[in-house]
Design a binder for this molecule. Sequence first.
Ligand SMILES: Cc1cc2nc3c(=O)[nH]c(=O)nc-3n(C[C@H](O)[C@H](O)[C@H](O)COP(=O)(O)OP(=O)(O)OC[C@H]3O[C@@H](n4cnc5c(N)ncnc54)[C@H](O)[C@@H]3O)c2cc1C
Length: 347
Amino acid sequence: MRVDAAVVGGGPAGATAALRLAGAGATVVLYERSAYDGLRMGETLPPSVNPLLRELGLWDRFLAAEPMPSYLTASAWGGPEVAERSFVFSPYGHGWHTDRAAFDRMLADAAAAAGVAVRLGEAVRGVRRVGGGFAVDAGSPVVADVVVDATGRSARVARGLGARRAGRDRLVCAARVFALPPGATAGDTFLEAVPDGWWYAAPLPARRRLVAAFADARHAARAGLATPDGWAAAVARTAHTHALATGDAGPVHVVSAASHHLTPAAGPGWVAVGDAALAVDPLSSGGVAFALRTGMRAAEVLLGGAAEGYLALVEAEAAEYYRLREEVYGWEARFTGDPFWRERATG
Ligand SMILES: Cc1cc2nc3c(=O)[nH]c(=O)nc-3n(C[C@H](O)[C@H](O)[C@H](O)COP(=O)(O)OP(=O)(O)OC[C@H]3O[C@@H](n4cnc5c(N)ncnc54)[C@H](O)[C@@H]3O)c2cc1C
């Protein structure tokens, strides 16, 4: 089958690119290897996603999924006391706690409604150039004029086409979902710095809470963070987070949260979007907004815009992100003797 565009990866970046390409009249196939049925992380959305969802025409669909409002982040970062930072000064209103699998499914459904052929449960094995296009090797193979790499942190398609990924760290996340005990309040986002990394807790819809440890991969392995016992021992050593890790706990999920930057982020006939182009530390809560913005911009490039502007955008975002990352980790001066903090505070 011949199509105008193939999008590989049905996260926020891929679904947005597909939606925009189809909206402009292109024939589009979107491949997503999952069926959005497992736990997906990245559930707290900052206020900056609000104008993007409106611009995409998805505001009503988004609200229909009943996300929980998020008004502030409390943190013990830079000192033992808990300080609060409210979204009250954001020009975009408040943020949200979502069910990320439902959020991603909502975006893919919107793409399907716009005419995209969404292939759920189909992993793309490879993409190669063929005369004037790209052959996509999947259960339902296609030849596409252009291709979008939206595979997330793996940047699998772009790397196969010759792009290089420069990693900055080996941050991993070990997370568990708790059912809130009766009478417990959901709370809002919470962060706590510890010598080997940091902890994060956030409410999820349906009276659940996600509690996660972030650490370098080597430390996570040494501390056994992937096991329920190792995880429980580590959270018990926290000053604050342990009080949020109560109720029935699910298994430990370990995922990469490493920062990396792809060069180049686009080439003749292809564009990498979202985490495939630039994967940021979850501390920034900026990943989904970047995915939506680059998904929109990629469609413009592939519909005949110049790639230079897109490449400049990704380079500028990467430079600003690395500057901010150094600054925010630099705020924590209690643990500068620990490798986790020393490496980050110096870029
Ligand atoms: C632990 C953690 C916590 C985070 N917390 C936040 C947060 O609170 N707020 C926030 O804004 N961001 C957060 N982020 C970042 C955010 O989740 C990402 O930036 C965002 O998901 C990027 O979207 P994406 O579409 O580029 O990639 P992804 O969401 O990773 O989507 C990629 C998709 O491609 C599919 N795929 C991969 N390979 C193939 C293949 N070969 N064939 C077919 N399909 C394929 C995958 O199944 C996946 O659905 C967090 C990230 C992590 C790791």
